[in-house]
Design a protein around this ligand. Structure first.
Ligand code: SAH
Ligand code: SF4
Ligand code: F3S
Length: 460
């Protein structure tokens, strides 16, 4: 075993579920006596928790591992570990094995809980340990978790994905859908409320499938309702919903839950029906528009965000125009936009008519421009409104300001005052609206009262 003051440096790539896995890795390491290091140079153990959803994500990881070679030469006792989605692919695992001999430990997404034992093996044996399970085992409960400081916590409610969208690697590296027992989830939220957390985001690749693999008919809508009823939960969010199975009950639960935030992330991916079909998304643009109508009818102020892929194999200019058309019709609050990236082993990677890289990039820039102007217009509609934010602390982009998030998940920056604690609610009047951020000024308590009508839950 490493000495008690050993330090770890953990870097995470990819989605919030990977971030939540990293919180478990940190939890396990700290219960072994490790402390967090500020930088890789100070660490005795470096862990990279990787993503492979697009080639770019993998490139970043290899670049980073390359930088650690020098550290390892300087300090041969340094341990380097690589885990997460990327190593679940046979191709990347062999690259790591063959070309990065100084990586000491490799483990996958299905055996994360084995980290303490695997570390012990590396230290005892003085040799590298590579253990990647091909398929998922039981859902493991009760791992220690080191949540990020603050008041916001992520709770993974289900693992894996059964959808097999034809471009996506996630089902191959994360395995089949597995739901956590509801009691474990509710218990975790209660415990975190006791520790001072008040804003929760329920996570899953496909949250609408929650419960389908458990006995009984308890579903995601019921879970949202039950979590929202726990005392001390000030705000509840969730991600991600697949448009093909977002239920009306879930929309009702969101509309009715006072502390459930008015924000739905609903990945559209493409606007053309033929592309959607080849993506195996199992909805049409008409289905999607009907769903948006239902959401806006029940929750008029709901922010809707999305994911979009351009340059899917066979995507014609007309298909791409359909995506632009959907973006203009729906008017998303914001969108994550991606150029299609072929992933080995997925059906789309071997489809005919791959769109050339420069065309994919041109479409991406065109899409970003259209979406950006919509995002900005949507933000400008908020000028003058008074919205409730929960104080998050110094702004990530401008440290002289503080930031908070609206219920609709928009970041607002404002001049800090000393009396506002992190996590406490504050009212802010929007004074400037940009594409990505809103600026505002805190509204003093007394004034806020007279504005109370304007901050009904449907405005933030
Ligand atoms: N489970 C979520 C998100 C999965 S990954 C969902 O279904 O919405 C996040 C996003 O990455 C996807 O929504 C998709 O837009 C994008 N993505 C996935 N595979 C991709 C690929 N091969 N190329 C480009 N973007 C991809
Ligand atoms: Fe990937 Fe589709 Fe599953 Fe999302 S729903 S993780 S895009 S396969
Ligand atoms: Fe990436 Fe794995 Fe998440 S591939 S997007 S980290 S599930």
């Amino acid at each position: 075993m490493q000495c008690a003051s050993a330090r770890y440096f953990l870097q995470t790539y990819g989605c919030q579920m990977n971030e939540n896995d990293s919180e478990k890795i940190a939890g396990m390491l700290e219960s072994l006596g490790y402390f967090e290091a500020e930088s890789p140079d100070e660490a005795d153990l470096i862990i990279l928790n990787t993503c492979c959803v697009r080639r770019n994500a993998e490139r970043k990881v290899y670049g980073r591992i390359g930088q650690f070679k020098r550290l390892k030469e300087r300090n041969p006792d340094l341990l380097i570990a690589v885990c997460g989605c990327m190593v679940q692919q046979e191709s990347e695992l062999s690259v790591l094995r063959d070309r990065y001999p100084y990586v000491d430990l490799v483990f996958g997404t299905h055996n994360l809980h084995r980290l303490p034992e695997l570390l012990r093996q590396v230290q005892a044996g003085g040799t590298r340990v590579i253990e990647v399970w091909e398929s998922e085992g039981e859902v493991i409960e009760g791992l220690p978790i080191k949540h990020k400081p603050g008041f916001q916590a992520w709770i993974t409610v289900m693992y894996g994905c059964n959808n097999f969208c034809s471009y996506c690697i996630v089902p191959y590296v994360r395995g089949r859908e597995r739901s956590r027992p509801r009691e474990s989830i509710l218990e975790e939220v209660r415990k975190l409320v006791g520790e001072g957390f008040s804003e929760f985001t329920l996570l899953g690749q496909n949250v609408n499938s929650y419960g389908k693999d458990l006995p009984g008919d308890y579903d995601f809508a019921s879970l949202m309702r039950d979590v929202s009823e726990i005392d001390g939960v000030k705000r509840l969010r969730f991600t991600t919903s697949h448009p093909k199975d977002m239920s009306e009950r879930l929309i009702d639960v969101i509309a009715e839950g006072e502390n459930i935030c008015e924000h739905i992330h609903l990945p559209l991916q493409a606007g053309s029906n033929s592309v959607l079909e080849r993506m195996n998304r199992r909805y049409t643009r008409e289905d999607y528009l009907r769903l948006i109508d239902k959401i806006r009818e029940r929750i008029p102020s709901c922010a809707i965000t999305t994911d979009l892929i351009v340059g899917f194999p066979g995507e014609t200019r007309e298909d791409f125009d359909d995506t632009l058309d959907m973006v203009k019709r729906v008017r998303f609050d914001s969108a994550f936009t991606f150029a299609y990236s072929p992933r080995v082993g997925t059906p789309a990677a071997s489809m005919q008519d791959q769109v050339p890289k420069d065309e994919r990039m041109e479409r991406l820039y065109e899409l970003i421009e259209v979406q950006n102007s919509i995002s900005k217009e949507k933000n400008q509609e908020m000028l003058g409104q008074v919205v409730e934010v929960l104080i998050e602390g110094p702004s990530k982009t401008n440290p002289t300001k503080h930031q908070g998030r609206t219920r609709t998940n928009k970041i607002v920056t404002f001049d800090p005052t000393e009396d506002l604690a992190i996590g406490s609610p504050a009212l802010v009047r929007i004074t400037e609206a940009k594409t990505w951020t809103l600026e505002g000024e805190l509204v003093p308590d007394g004034e806020a009262h007279s504005d109370a009508g304007a901050i009904s839950r449907h405005q933030g």
